[in-house]
Write a protein that binds this ligand. Structure first.
Ligand SMILES: [Zn+2]
Length: 109
């Protein structure tokens, strides 16, 4: 299995993030739900290298402060990145809509 970073948000608000193992973003999101880690909202998932991040930040709900500790400086903000970087990032990410996350989606089945 691989490690995935799952970021949860509702419009205008970061809800939290979880780093855990799964076969895919969808599988990791399901495991997060089963373990009661999902704070709800739309999920943006991306595979992360297995050595990152450190153990204290895995398999639990992460706050904004945790994220800042993991990624000092906040990483690259998409609006500041060049178009090639944005496209490369989008290709590596999977988005699960809020209703899919609740298991209620009629659009994506
Ligand atoms: Zn959906």
């Amino acid at each position: 299995m691989k490690w995935f970073y799952l970021s949860y948000a509702v419009p205008g608000k970061f809800m939290g993030a979880v780093i855990l193992r799964g076969e895919s973003v969808e599988d990791a999101a399901e495991k997060a739900r089963e373990r009661g880690l999902s704070p709800g909202g739309q999920v943006l998932g991306i595979e992360v290298p297995s050595h990152l991040p450190p153990w204290p930040y895995r398999n639990r709900l992460l706050t904004k402060e945790d994220i800042d500790a993991i990624f000092p400086g906040g990483g690259i903000r998409l609006k500041d990145a060049n178009q090639d970087d944005v496209e490369a990032f989008k290709k590596r990410t999977t988005i699960i809509c809020e209703d899919c996350e609740k298991g209620l989606c009629k659009v994506h089945q």
